[in-house]
Every structure is written in structure tokens, then in C-alpha cells.
Design a protein around this ligand. Structure first.
Ligand SMILES: [Zn+2]
Length: 478
């Protein structure tokens, strides 16, 4: 069996989070009664004229900037002609050409530093949806027809070489789109769709092999499994002396296998030409620079900054960067002179747990950045120990009361005085004479039990390190 090298190109379609469709004022939403969000424009009725959605164009340019692309200062829409029942006009408005798409020649950097080249970021419109009806017939729902769709295509030849990288690319791209607010990223609802194309070639050769394209992938997992499956299927075919076809293949989620759908069309089949109903888009430098300057700091840059400036681990940083709201919440707390590490610990443990249980986002909860700063300070100064910290947090989460006030009201401050602790240690040792004997007989492990008993007497308020130290000292005496 020969060794092969894989090349994986990624085509990602993202439905833009605009209020209305690309060329008409029909609202954009998921689900609903079929054909209730349609009009003469998105149904392609004769005589109707399209008006481009400015917000959608801006979203694509912002994405292109985030992906380090060049921006086409003059860009046109083309008609991509083909017949399919979900395409009412008989063509799809799209953008053709090497440097005509709104964004081209960029790259996305993976967390490991590898750059994945981006060939183009263009704007088009979505198609309708074919539906199988309960009576065995078929119908078509045009609610989705004309929804603004952004297509992001990786470079050729591809930089991605295995299923792991394919998944990482998609995870990171999705995070950027959600971060920019240009797409909701819901793969299960089809607002983010990925079609990888895969080819393999024998190790040491240059010419790319025949590629297959995978359709119907709706999760990160299926992208990873699908690419892996195709690499293995193609290798097995070549090893058996077979030839590969350039084809489009479907993905069967249940069997975790791909199946042939159709032989792939070539670009010529689509007879692209500029759409005569749509005037060219022309931008000036001031507009593009304005968008560039208004860009938020992106997740990867934030992660690197959190690690560098706050001493967070990459894992902790990534947990804070799962969404923009969480990251901004964290940064607000740090800006109030909070200890970054302590605040991060609260956010990824107690806060995350309570939010998850309550089904809330940080801003929807009773907790503000100021709560986190106070609690982190109470813990860092040993005013309360971590066990009490959890109780205080739970109380603050429930009532919105400030941690300082809860600690005062319930007299929860940690006791650091030797006096009361020594008294309790003596009492516990006296009440557990037989355990003390076992300790002195060499079973030093039993000290933990005695420490626990002392902590109990102190109702969790004794300084745990001090209790440990004093129990040991008392045990070693005589
Ligand atoms: Zn419409």
C-alpha cells in the first residue's frame, strides 16, 4: 500500500444575519410556514427588479478584512445559470472571477500558527428548499430563496492536509463570523454549511489527484469524519488499481460513509455573465478604511493578548473567548483593577456552571463584573476560603447582593487567629484519642480526618492552611 498526501479545499456558505433578503425586503428567519416570506423579486417573477442589501455587502467586506483579504474596489454580480426547482429565477446571483469577489487573496491563521490561504470571499443569494411531503409527494419552500449568502473558499492548491486541520479551520472560521455578528453560526439550522473537497496523491509527487466534493455536512464532527472517510476511500480505490471520478458525494450521517451523487459540473456549464439588472459596486478608500478601523479585536489576537498580558493558559483564554459577550465581561472586570487570573477562575468554574444550569448568558444574570472583582479580591486576600467563596457566589447569583455585603451579613470572614483554632484542634484531638493513637503508630494519613473535624467545628471559616499546620503541630507534640 502506497503512502498518500491529502489536499483539502474548503467551501463554506454562511447565511448573513441581515434583517431582510439580498435583493428584496422579505424578512430573513429560520423555519415558519413554507412560502410565507416571498415576493415577486425573490420568486423571480417577470418585471421585478432587485435592489442590493447594503448591510449584506458591508458584512462580507468586514469578513474579508478579518480574513486578511484584498478588497475589490470595483465588484460586480454575475448570473450563474442552471436549472433546479429550488431556484425560481433559473439563475443564482453570485460573483465570478479571480479578483472580482468582494474579498480575495487572504488567509486565516490557525491556533498553531499555520496560515490557511483564502482564495475568495464573495456574496450571493441562497436557494429555496425542496421538501418531501408526508403524502409521498414533493414541494418547494422559497422562504430561503434570496437570503444573502457569503461563500468563503480556501486557496488552490489547498493548505489543509488532514481532517483535524479541516475541522480546526471550520471551528475558527465560525468563531470569527459569530464574533463579527455576520452569521449566527448555527450549523444544525443550515446557516453555516461546509463542503470540503478532497484529493490524495502519492507521497513525493506534485500533481494533485482527482477530487471529490462532500455535501450535506452539518456539524464539525461530520466534517472531520467525512474528510477522513474520503481520504481512506480514495486510498483504497487507488490501492486496488481503480480510478477516481471527479464527483459530488453525499454524507450519510447514520452510516458515517459517503455515497456518489453526481459527476461534478465544470464552471463552463454555468454560463456566467454580469447581471444586467445590478449596477457595479464601487467603493472608495475612506469607506474601506472606516470599516477596517471599526473592526473588533479578533479571537486569536485576544487569546494571544490574554496569555501574554494576563498570564492565562491557552485553554483558559479559549474558554473566555467562546463568545464575545463572555470576553467583554471578563475584560470589564479586569479593567476595574480585578486580578485577571482570579476573575478567569471564577468565570470558567462557578459562573459558567451557574449560567449553564440557569440557561442564561453573563449579562442576563444577576452578576456584574463588579461582583467578580469583589469576590476574587475576597479570595485572594484570604478573607474567605474557596469553599465559602462558592457559597457567596451562589448567593450573589441568586439575589444579586454584593459579595462584601454577603460576607459581612453572614459573618463569613475567614478566621486566622490561632486562639480559637488551637482550642478546636485540642477539642477534636481529645475527642478522637484512638485516631491520634493510630497517627502516632505511623498511620499519618488519618491527619486529614482530624483536619476535617476541626474545619467542621469552625463551620468552614477557619483558614484551612493554618488548621493543617496546627493539627500537625499538636499531633507531633509529646
Ligand atoms: Zn422577496
Amino acid at each position: 500500500m502506497a503512502n498518500y498526501v491529502a489536499s483539502i479545499g474548503m467551501e463554506v456558505h454562511a447565511e448573513l444575519a441581515t434583517r431582510s433578503k439580498m435583493f428584496c425586503r422579505c424578512p430573513v428567519a429560520f423555519g415558519g410556514e413554507p412560502n410565507t416570506r416571498v415576493c415577486p423579486v425573490c420568486l423571480g417573477l417577470p418585471g421585478s427588479l432587485p435592489v442590493p442589501n447594503r448591510q449584506a455587502i458591508e458584512m462580507v467586506i468586514r469578513t474579508a478584512l478579518a480574513l486578511n483579504c484584498k478588497i475589490a474596489m470595483h465588484s460586480v454580480f454575475h448570473r450563474k445559470n442552471y436549472f433546479y426547482p429550488d431556484l425560481p429565477k433559473g439563475y443564482q446571483v453570485s460573483q465570478y472571477g479571480e479578483t472580482n469577489p468582494l474579498g480575495y487573496h487572504g488567509w486565516l491563521e490557525l491556533a498553531n500558527g499555520k496560515r490557511i490561504g483564502i482564495r475568495r470571499v464573495h456574496l450571493e443569494e441562497d436557494t429555496g428548499k425542496l421538501m418531501h411531503l408526508p403524502n409521498g409527494g414533493a414541494g418547494v419552500d422559497y422562504n430561503r430563496a434570496g437570503v444573502p449568502l457569503m461563500e468563503i473558499v480556501t486557496d488552490f492548491p489547498p493548505d489543509i492536509t488532514n481532517e483535524e486541520e479541516a475541522k480546526d479551520y471550520l471551528v475558527e472560521l465560525r468563531q470569527i463570523l459569530v464574533w463579527l455578528g455576520v452569521c449566527d453560526g448555527k450549523m444544525e439550522e443550515g446557516s453555516l454549511r461546509c463542503e470540503p473537497n478532497i484529493s490524495i496523491r502519492p507521497e513525493g509527487t506534485e500533481t494533485l489527484g482527482t477530487k471529490s466534493e462532500l455535501k450535506n455536512l452539518n456539524s464539525f464532527r461530520s466534517v472531520q469524519l467525512g474528510v477522513q472517510f474520503e481520504i481512506r476511500r480514495q486510498a483504497a480505490t487507488l490501492d486496488a488499481g481503480g480510478t477516481l471520478l471527479q464527483e459530488t458525494r453525499g454524507w450519510n450521517e447514520a452510516n458515517e460513509s459517503s455515497y456518489a451523487m453526481r459527476i461534478k459540473e465544470t464552471e463552463n456549464d454555468y454560463r456566467y455573465f454580469p447581471d444586467p439588472d445590478l449596477i457595479p459596486m464601487v467603493f472608495d478608500d475612506a469607506y474601506i478604511e472606516g470599516l477596517r478601523n471599526a473592526m473588533p479585536e479578533l479571537p486569536l489576537a485576544k487569546s494571544q493578548r490574554y496569555q501574554r498580558d494576563f498570564g492565562l493558559s491557552i485553554k483558559d483564554a479559549e474558554r473566555l473567548l467562546q463568545d464575545r459577550e463572555t470576553a467583554e465581561f471578563f475584560e470589564e472586570a479586569v479593567a476595574m483593577k480585578g486580578d485577571p487570573k482570579g476573575i478567569c477562575n471564577l468565570m470558567i468554574s462557578e459562573f459558567a456552571k451557574q449560567l449553564n444550569e440557569a440557561g442564561l448568558s453573563p449579562r442576563q444574570s444577576n452578576i456584574s463584573p463588579a461582583h467578580l472583582v469583589q469576590l476574587a479580591n475576597l479570595l485572594a486576600s484570604d478573607t474567605i476560603n474557596s469553599k465559602v467563596g462558592k457559597e457567596v457566589f451562589a448567593e450573589a447569583f441568586k439575589s444579586g447582593a454584593m459579595p462584601d455585603a454577603i460576607v459581612d451579613e453572614r459573618s463569613l470572614r475567614q478566621i486566622d487567629d490561632h486562639g480559637p483554632i488551637v482550642e478546636s484542634v485540642k477539642a477534636v484531638l481529645a475527642a478522637n484519642a484512638e485516631v491520634v493513637e493510630r497517627y502516632r503508630g505511623g498511620q499519618t494519613g488519618v491527619a486529614g480526618f482530624l483536619v476535617g473535624q476541626v474545619m467542621k467545628m469552625g463551620q468552614g471559616r477557619f483558614n484551612p492552611q493554618l488548621v493543617q499546620q496546627l493539627v500537625r503541630e499538636e499531633l507531633e507534640r509529646t
